[in-house]
Ligand binder design. Structure first.
Ligand code: AIR
Ligand code: ASP
Length: 269
């Protein structure tokens, strides 16, 4: 038996590697333990983070697909690896904020944890070199980063994902404060959710104590970083299948139907 040839590394980011497969429409994402914050000014390692983020992302992506959100996710392959469609990543990051925190609280000079009504959805340019600057829709269109229609779809999908995740984290005893999403365009030109959803990309506070159980523990040197990531995974896995409660006025989002009964492509998370 010949050992399998090493996979070709297509791309390496701060927290993940992307490898080619035999199928040009599929790639493998491998989650690392490396952690960076503040535009990579702060670097470190969070032991076990790659495994937690891979598992949490796979769990949530499967559930989001079932909820009607099209995603790049195909299969969980190993403790750190998942198979995803090969997509072109839209260079527009979408941030959803349910409560004030992070750069939003700093930018507007408000304390953290204030409820936002309406919920705030922001676009940022995906650019490490520029530190992901906030960008309004006109700027994104004028600079050619996305079309008007694409932005509308990102906005609607982000709202739907927020409805689901807010309810899903609630049954795990976690308040979803804010999070970041990325999207890709598949080979049929469809917009699908891509990248990860994990304690690296969501702010999650314990519902009872408001303890931070996310990357802010690393960013702000709060200690017990590994434990926080493991706790989020444990709570999500312990609540699989628990019925979710959605607020009445959110119903419009649940009618979204995103068909994708074709086969597809991959992403460069
Ligand atoms: N985020 C933004 N860029 C990278 C990430 N992970 C996430 C943060 C936070 C939300 O987007 O993890 O959940 C808002 O981040 P900030 O720094 O703008 O307050
Ligand atoms: N600026 C983001 C953060 O603080 C992303 C990063 O730099 O890794 O998490």
């Amino acid at each position: 038996m010949t050992p399998p040839a090493p996979l070709e590394l297509l791309y390496e980011g701060k927290a993940k590697q992307v490898f080619a497969t035999d199928d040009p429409h599929l790639v493998i994402v491998r989650y690392k333990d490396d952690a960076t914050a503040f535009n990579a000014e702060k670097r470190g390692t969070v032991v076990g983070k790659g495994e937690v983020n891979n598992a949490v992302t796979a769990l949530l992506y499967r559930e989001l697909e079932a909820f009607g959100v099209p995603t790049h996710f195909r299969d969980l392959l190993g403790p750190r690896e998942q198979l995803v469609a090969h997509v072109r990543i839209v260079p527009v990051e979408v941030i959803v904020r349910n409560r004030t925190a992070g750069t939003f609280a700093k930018r507007y000079g408000v304390e953290e944890g204030l409820p936002l009504d309406p919920k705030v959805i922001e676009f940022c340019l995906k650019s490490d070199a520029l530190g992901d600057p906030p960008m309004n829709a006109a700027t994104a269109v004028a600079l050619g980063h996305a079309t008007e229609e694409e932005l509308e779809e990102l906005f609607d999908l982000a709202a739907t994902v927020n409805d689901y995740l807010t309810a899903r984290f609630a049954v795990a005893g976690l308040d979803l404060i804010d999070f970041k999403l990325e999207f890709g365009v598949d080979r049929d030109g469809r917009i699908v959710l891509a990248d990860e959803i994990s304690p690296d990309t969501c702010r999650l506070w314990d519902h009872e104590t408001a303890e931070k159980l996310d990357k802010d523990r690393f960013r702000r040197d709060l200690g017990r970083v590994e434990e926080a990531y493991q706790e989020v995974r444990r709570r999500l896995e312990a609540t699989v299948g628990v019925p979710l409660e959605f607020p009445e006025d959110d119903h419009e989002h649940h009618d979204h139907e995103h068909h994708h009964d074709h086969d597809e492509e991959d992403a460069d998370a």
